[in-house]
Design a protein around this ligand. Structure first.
Ligand code: NDP
Length: 253
């Protein structure tokens, strides 16, 4: 039920962090993967390790900026020409920008919204059309605990991730009847490059440990099982849902 042999998965932002761990988990479950990021060198460095482990035939690469509609169209067309229509799309690439709301510049607001929300629309739309023609496809949008809850200094991110939750519902509303399953995984605080400065901040670190019932930071590995489930036949009647992988953070006040 969880076997992904013969499936092809594109994971955006898989040159490092959560995306890389998810790509690795999908490959371990049998999938061929397309590794992606903005910086080609980082993608190639990850790909070299994946090829050594899973074989060259099961690893493709792609580098484009997900905020640029023309790069998205060209990038997706190149992936489909090289590897076919993906069975699984994980919309993972994202960024954070921390500043009090009154000091948030419009350019930064737009950059975060374009990266963390609009890109999911662009890439999701580009791949949903051929998935619908085929009659099957899995789309996993990466949200956050900020899909549900706010916190000071990350207003643009909170708005974008709240949008991810409802975009996931909107995609399911229109595409589920064509055989697609679209769901969101919403991680809690996970130790990656994006959050290294928070792990290093004693006050923030102790807030995370106290606020999370599991009393620890998540690891990238914590996302892998849920991602394999949502990518596999085991989740064929799950649609439009946001599943929090947060050690219980959003379950308690
Ligand atoms: P990282 O910063 O470790 O990695 C981000 C990845 O996204 C990199 O591969 C990066 O590529 C790529 N990327 C960023 N911007 C773009 C862009 N414009 N075009 C193409 N690729 C881009 O992030 P995380 O692994 O920490 O986070 C991954 C996802 O998980 C994000 O959506 C994030 O919001 C979410 N998340 C993370 C949490 C955490 O605690 N870490 C908690 C909740 C959600 P490159 O290096 O080439 O720029």
């Amino acid at each position: 039920m969880f076997d992904l042999t013969g499936k092809m998965a594109l994971v955006t932002g898989s040159s490092r962090g959560i995306g890389r761990a998810i790509a690795e988990g999908l490959a371990e479950a049998g999938a061929t993967v397309v590794l992606h990021g903005r910086q080609a060198e980082r993608v190639e460095a990850a790909a070299a390790e994946f090829r050594a482990r899973f074989g060259a035939g099961r690893v493709h690469t792609s580098a484009f900026d997900i905020t640029d509609p023309e790069q998205v169209s060209a990038g997706i067309a190149a992936i489909m020409a090289a590897a076919g229509v993906p069975d699984v799309l994980v919309n993972n690439a994202g960024l954070q920008h921390r500043v009090p709301l009154l000091e948030l510049e419009f350019a930064d607001w737009e950059r975060v919204l374009k990266t963390d929300l609009s890109s999911l629309f662009l890439i999701g739309k580009a791949l949903a059309a051929p998935m619908i023609d085929r009659g099957s496809g899995k789309i996993i949008n990466i949200g956050s605990v900020q899909s549900e809850l706010a916190r000071p200094t990350i207003a643009a991110y909170t708005a974008a991730k709240g949008g991810v939750r409802n975009l996931t519902r909107a995609m399911a509303a229109e595409w589920a009847k064509h055989g697609l399953q679209i769901n969101s995984l919403a991680p809690g605080y996970i130790h990656t490059e994006m959050t290294q400065s928070l792990v290093d901040d004693a006050a923030f670190n102790s807030w995370v440990l106290g606020r999370t019932p599991a009393a620890r930071w998540g690891t990238v590995q914590d996302l892998v099982g849920p991602a394999v489930w949502l990518a596999s036949d085991a989740s064929d009647f799950v649609n439009g849902q946001t599943i929090f992988i947060d050690g219980g953070m959003t379950a308690v006040v």
